[in-house]
Design a protein around this ligand. Structure first.
Ligand SMILES: [Zn+2]
Length: 312
């Protein structure tokens, strides 16, 4: 499949997914423009009375390259794909669909009331924002991540563990690609949270998924059994952490693996973060959790303005 075909398919898959989850949403779906360039471009911005999403063939090419490399090194991620019949094209699709859903959510969450455009890994054209605005933008990225992840992963079911593992890996891969692009901004500063911060939020969401339904309906009888919760941690959440570490190695993003930290520290940090008690945050050990904790109060301040959230 050519890069342009990959993008076209991902766009229509993302639209279908969005419509399936939210019902009628034609007001949210942007016009889609695709450019042939090696640059890594995914930009969403208002135009006329709607929005335009620009994607580049380079974005699809870099995603395909990453997954092609994973499948030639499949020994490393063997466990993920052992039972599945996925190939590099399907993983590329999942990564691209997640990114496009992320862009749709900048519209849905009304982020354009605070910023003029969102570029993946490119500096904003909207002048030089002050520190608050800069940090706020990172929070908006975390919010869009959260919504896109929730939409792509769907609701918890005891029957979709393998599917969850593949999707979480596809999302982690896109987060790493964005960080690798972002690091080329160098002295100009990052436009997105660190991949480790986004993966910290992603795995936090994953770990909580079996409990969400019971929380929403306030019905404790919907909480799965202790055995099922333990099996889920053992078979899904913990392996997803190691998948991310291995993927970072394949992507030659050693700093991302370092930022994720050790299994023990990462999951201890998730436990601390879950308490939502800033006085405990000084105990956080991993880089991803530390950035998460730095952004959290800013996100709390933004909530009354925008209503978006990046935790659950
Ligand atoms: Zn974004």
């Amino acid at each position: 499949m050519s890069s342009i075909q990959q993008l076209n398919l991902a766009f229509s898959n993302a639209v279908n997914q969005f419509e399936k989850t939210t019902g009628d949403c034609r007001t949210i779906i942007p016009r889609y423009v695709c450019s042939k360039t090696t640059d890594f471009v995914a930009t969403i911005e208002p135009k006329g009375n709607g929005y335009v999403l620009s994607l580049s063939s380079g974005l699809a090419e870099k995603s395909s390259q990453l997954w092609a490399e994973v499948f030639t090194n499949v020994g490393l991620l063997e466990n993920v794909f052992a039972k599945a019949f996925l190939n590099a094209d399907q993983m590329t699709q999942a990564s691209l669909v997640w990114l496009i859903l992320h862009e749709f959510h900048h519209i849905d969450l009304k982020h354009f009331e605070l910023a003029r455009s969102f570029d993946v890994a490119q500096r904003s054209r909207a002048g030089s924002p002050q520190k608050f605005l800069n940090i706020s933008r990172l929070c908006l990225e975390m919010q869009a991540d959260h919504e896109a992840t929730e939409m792509l992963l769907g609701a918890y079911s005891p029957d979709n563990w393998q599917d969850l593992r593949e999707k979480v890996l596809a999302i982690s891969g896109m987060m790493m690609l964005i960080e690798l692009e972002d690091s080329q901004n160098g002295a100009k500063g990052r436009t997105h949270p660190k991949a480790a911060t986004r993966i910290f939020q992603l795995l936090g969401h994953l770990a909580e998924m079996p409990l969400v339904q019971a929380q929403i309906i306030q019905d404790a009888s919907l909480i799965p059994s202790q055995d099922e919760l333990q099996a889920f941690a053992h078979d899904v959440t913990i392996p997803c952490f190691f998948d991310a570490i291995e993927l970072a190695q394949i992507a030659r993003a050693v700093s991302i693996a370092d930022d994720l930290g050790t299994l023990e520290d990462f999951f201890k940090d998730l436990e601390i973060a879950k308490l939502r008690d800033p006085s405990r945050y000084k105990g956080l050990k991993t880089q991803g959790a530390q950035e998460w904790a730095k952004l959290w109060p800013y996100n709390e301040a933004l909530k009354p303005i925008l209503g978006g959230d990046f935790d659950r």
